[in-house]
Design a protein around this ligand. Structure first.
Ligand SMILES: [Zn+2]
Length: 269
């Protein structure tokens, strides 16, 4: 269950995994490095920490793009370090992580992945200790990483990481590159479908050359523009259903996304 580094710019790396099609990141400065998300349990986190050490010996800090387990539960393996996140992420991890643990242990046992279930059972959650609400800058030595909350989208506490000197943006699950772009996991009760297009606009205003999604291979700005149209379609379908002008089946048939993705989007609050 190892990963594969992709150097998307000089000293800026995405790491891809088969498990959940996850993508995490690493930004290397002259003095420090920043790890973007830590995978889903202590063993996965240890694999990532060792992989980072193959690229750089520099001291690290961590940033969470959002609280979901596959992005945050590997942090224990990084030892004591600064862990950055939106303040809403801290509340989410403090209040819901223990309940989510049982859910994901069951999920992996049902999939026959006992080792992952056991690793989640043994994982200690690390709560972020460096919090912000809108924007903050980290000086990595000769390079700045800008952490910002672009608005509500996948969750109410999404954070993206902008590396302006090379025009790279780590977008967490605000951007997904599954087979059809969004996946059924993109949309949940925590998501804000209506706000999402404006959040995409805030990403596009940064004029990124490379956008690293939370799942799937890196994409470009045109990918985000295409799915911005897709979001507007989903919003319109949801509104038409709300007014009784269309049925769920007709909305699914009219959508550019597969039925499971469309139904997840229509079920958002
Ligand atoms: Zn997520």
């Amino acid at each position: 269950m190892t990963g594969r580094w992709i150097e998307v710019a000089d000293g800026v790396h995405a790491r891809r995994y088969e498990e959940l099609d996850l993508t995490v990141g690493l930004v290397v400065g002259a003095d420090r490095c920043l790890v973007v998300d830590t995978r889903g349990d202590l063993e996965q986190g240890a694999e990532l920490a060792a992989a980072v050490r193959e690229l750089t010996p520099l001291p690290w800090s961590v940033v969470f793009t959002h609280a979901h387990f596959d992005h945050t539960w590997g942090t224990e393996a990084f030892g004591p370090c600064a862990v950055w996140a939106h303040e809403g992420c801290r509340a989410e991890l403090t209040e819901y992580a223990e309940g989510a643990r049982a859910k994901w242990i069951d999920y992996y046992r049902e999939q026959g992945k006992a080792q992952t279930a056991d690793a989640i059972a043994r994982t200690t959650f690390v709560v972020p200790d460096h919090l912000f609400t809108d924007r903050t800058e980290l000086d990595l030595g000769g390079r700045t990483a800008v952490l910002l909350h672009p608005g509500r989208a996948h969750t109410d506490h999404d954070v993206v990481v902008h590396v302006p000197d090379v025009d790279v943006l780590f977008a967490g699950d605000v951007v997904e590159n599954a087979e059809h772009g969004f996946s059924a996991f993109s949309f949940s009760a925590e998501s804000d479908l209506t706000a999402w297009p404006d959040t995409f606009d805030r990403l596009l205003e940064l004029r990124p050359r490379v956008i690293v999604p939370g799942h799937g291979d890196p994409v470009d700005a045109d990918f985000v523009r295409y799915h911005r149209h897709g979001l507007h379609e989903l919003i319109a379908l949801k509104a038409a259903m709300g007014r009784g002008e269309t049925t769920e089946a007709a909305a699914v048939a009219a959508s550019r996304y597969p039925s499971d993705v469309t139904l997840a989007a229509l079920a958002t609050p």
